[in-house]
Write a protein that binds this ligand. Structure first.
Ligand code: ZN
Length: 150
């Protein structure tokens, strides 16, 4: 188990140092800002959603290692997914982090996102890990027509 934990920490560290999909999206039609006052993590999320599918996604912000890594991995895992699939992933991720102790979670359902399973032992960090997902939820609810120059 400790080997697995080391591996998880390496993955999180890698995403913290080299966040994927970091930046803004010119043609975003969904956008939301997230803030976790407990830690001071801030996040802006930009999504391009077409026909209910997340075509592209970027994030910007500043926060702790967990929040940055979580946002980075969230953007990777929702790209190409439908809105419904993204919502299911959010629920599973949330369940993994807030689930009662003793209930083993099927980590293969979450793929790489399982690296955050250790966070549930640190309740103050759970909000850091879920911030990007709450922001995603907000962004998907605020979908509007793509900006047009016409
Ligand atoms: Zn944080």
């Amino acid at each position: 188990m400790s080997d697995l934990r080391d591996l998880y920490q390496e993955v999180i560290l890698d995403h913290t140092k080299h966040p994927r999909n970091f930046g803004t999206l010119e043609h975003a039609n969904c956008k939301a800002d997230g803030f976790n006052p407990l830690c001071g993590d801030r996040l802006s999320l930009f999504l391009s959603v077409e026909d209910g599918v997340v075509k592209d996604v970027r994030f910007q912000g500043s926060g702790c290692a967990i929040s940055t890594a979580s946002a980075s991995m969230m953007t990777e895992s929702i790209k190409g997914k439908t809105r419904a699939e993204a919502e299911v992933l959010f629920e599973k991720f949330h369940q993994m982090l807030t689930g009662k102790p003793g209930i083993e979670f099927e980590s293969d359902e979450l793929g790489k996102l399982a690296v955050f399973s250790g966070v549930k032992e640190f309740p103050v960090r759970v909000k850091c890990a879920t911030l990007a997902w709450h922001t995603l939820n907000a962004a998907l609810k605020n979908e509007r027509e793509p900006a047009s120059t016409e």
